[in-house]
Design a protein around this ligand. Structure first.
Ligand code: ZN
Length: 115
């Protein structure tokens, strides 16, 4: 259950953006989340809705989640493949020498609000 702490740090960052942009009321928060983080959408959303009441200006904010599939590249044969489970083995040459090239994201993409 790490969703709660991720949502909290998300609000901390969102709060700073809100101040920098001089926004009063936030309507939408769009986040990019790589599937590598194994986040459960419903749990994440539940925490967001629970916590937003504690953050001034976020009471009516809507969360939009953009998920990224985990894409892995084999360093041995350069094969690029998607994975559902965290098993980093190349389907072509069976090497474990791989790296994540997509799916490790976790950040706020855009925020919409009123000044
Ligand atoms: Zn390979």
């Amino acid at each position: 259950m790490h969703e709660g702490s991720i949502v909290k740090s998300l609000f901390d960052i969102a709060g700073k953006i809100k101040e920098d942009e001089k926004l009063i009321e936030i309507q939408k928060v769009k986040v990019v989340i790589g599937k590598f983080h194994m986040i459960v959408d419903d749990v994440f959303l539940m925490y967001f809705d629970l916590m937003k009441k504690e953050y001034k200006g976020f009471e009516n904010a809507e969360l939009i989640m953009e998920e990224k599939d985990v894409k892995v590249k084999c360093k041995k044969c350069n094969e690029i493949f998607m994975i559902e489970d965290p098993i980093f083995i190349c389907p072509k040459c069976e090497s474990f020498d791989t790296e994540i090239i997509q799916g490790n994201e976790l950040h706020i993409k855009t925020m919409e609000g009123m000044k």
